[in-house]
Design a protein around this ligand. Structure first.
Ligand SMILES: *Cc1c(COP(=O)(O)O)cnc(C)c1O
Length: 396
């Protein structure tokens, strides 16, 4: 256990920038490090641990499933897989589900669906319009679809067939559409790009354009879905329905699972077209089904809306007290504090010393995405700690 960072430096590929904390245990919104220090967790595994850490009911579901059946491959039927698929179909605008193991793999699957759909229904149209500052994953197809050059450039040449336009710019999207275009790929709110919330009617106008031009609208709800924004899916708040949607992050409450969902007309996979070994196995789908039950039955979404209003109000309160605070952006429990200076890393570092985990999603933006089950007292304490971190960093 001792000196994990030094051991990591010897054996692990140095692909991640890590913070100097070795976390050994969690409970609800709190985690503890290897020295026994407690932290309030406003990162939650990057919007993953939706029901909080070590939720007793979820832990029991996982343990019971582990004692029953872990995996048999997709050559056979299993009950938890179909139960979660039924729940997702019942509680979304989509008709069919395919399970994968991550957000990137869900988007990879969505890209394959859209290309096959273009081949069948649009004379081989294959181009997908994506947006600048987007994030869709780290596989080759999804980095090619990601409008953030630093994720793409070391790995060229890219997969062809992606064009990029500014987010929240309908005219640019229209101008980029041509006879080769088969789909538009968007996050309802850009997460990794800095919590960019589009204009209120943007998604509705994109939907109308897709209908007019016979394009599939693919919504990447990997970060925004599963209750994060206060409704089960972010698209509900825009009053639209996508043709294809991806989910992952919060879907399993902490176990690795992703899903691509499609309307019947876009669900063009046929036997043999696509597959995976682990996707939708009984362990992860039992966990996902439990998370779904809790979200649709348990008052969790109400908690997200109430705690989100509280968090946003408290964050807005910092605007007056700190000159460096530029503004607050976000939806639900996906909030960012925008700063006038590029000090997000310093604020996060100060927060760690004070006992709160935050995320510097951009040099000038501190991101907060706590468990959906966070309490009112924890929201207040978290903002108090963030405020103290800001005070320390800006005092120097
Ligand atoms: C995190 C994320 C992904 C990638 O998910 P992984 O599970 O890391 O592959 C894709 N899209 C969005 C919007 C994300 O936030």
């Amino acid at each position: 256990m001792s000196d994990i960072p030094a051991r990591e430096a010897e054996v692990y590929m140095q692909a991640a920038r890590r913070l100097p904390v070795t976390i050994v245990r969690g409970e609800g919104t709190r985690v503890w490090d290897s020295d026994g220090r407690e932290y309030l967790d406003f990162v939650a595994g990057i919007a993953v641990v939706s029901l909080g850490h070590a939720d007793p009911q979820l832990a029991e579901v996982i343990a019971k499933q582990a004692h029953t059946l872990l995996t048999v491959s997709n050559i056979f039927y299993t009950e938890p897989q179909i139960e979660l698929a039924e729940l997702l179909v019942r509680h979304s605008a989509l008709d069919r589900v395919f399970f994968v193991n991550s957000g990137a793999e869900a988007n990879e699957s969505a890209i394959k669906l859209a290309r096959k759909w273009g081949n069948i229904h649009k004379q081989g149209a294959f181009e997908i319009i994506s947006t600048n500052n987007s994030f869709h994953g780290r596989t080759m197809a999804t980095v090619s679809a990601t409008g953030t050059p630093r994720y793409r450039e070391p790995f060229g040449p890219q997969l062809p067939g992606f064009v990029f336009v500014d987010y929240n710019d309908l005219d640019a999207l229209k101008a980029a559409t041509n006879e080769r275009t088969c789909a538009v790929l968007l996050e309802p709110v850009q997460g990794e790009g800095g919590i960019n919330v589009p204009a209120a009617d943007y998604l509705r106008q994109v939907r109308a354009w897709c209908d007019e031009q016979q394009l599939l609208l693919i919504l990447d709800e990997v970060q925004t879905g599963m209750g994060r924004t206060g409704t089960l899916w972010a698209y509900e708040q825009a009053g639209i329905e996508p043709d294809i949607m991806t989910s992952a992050k919060g879907l399993g409450g902490g176990v690795p699972i992703g899903a691509v969902l499609a309307k019947e007309h876009a669900a063009v996979f046929e036997p043999g077209d696509h597959g995976n070994t682990f996707g939708g196995n009984p362990l992860v789908t039992a966990a996902g089904a439990h998370v779904m039950h809790r979200l649709v039955e348990g008052g969790v979404l109400e908690n997200v809306r109430e705690r989100a209003a509280q968090l946003a109000q408290r964050l807005h309160g910092l605007e007056d007290r700190f000159e460096v605070v530029k503004g607050v952006r976000g939806v639900g429990l996906l909030q960012g504090l925008e700063l006038h200076r590029e000090i997000a890393v310093d604020v996060v570092g100060a927060g760690i010393k004070l006992g709160i985990l935050l995320n510097p999603v951009r040099p000038d933006i501190v991101r907060m995405m706590p468990p959906l089950t966070i309490t009112a007292e924890e929201v207040d304490r978290g903002v108090d700690l963030l405020e103290e971190a800001l005070r320390q960093v800006t005092a120097g």
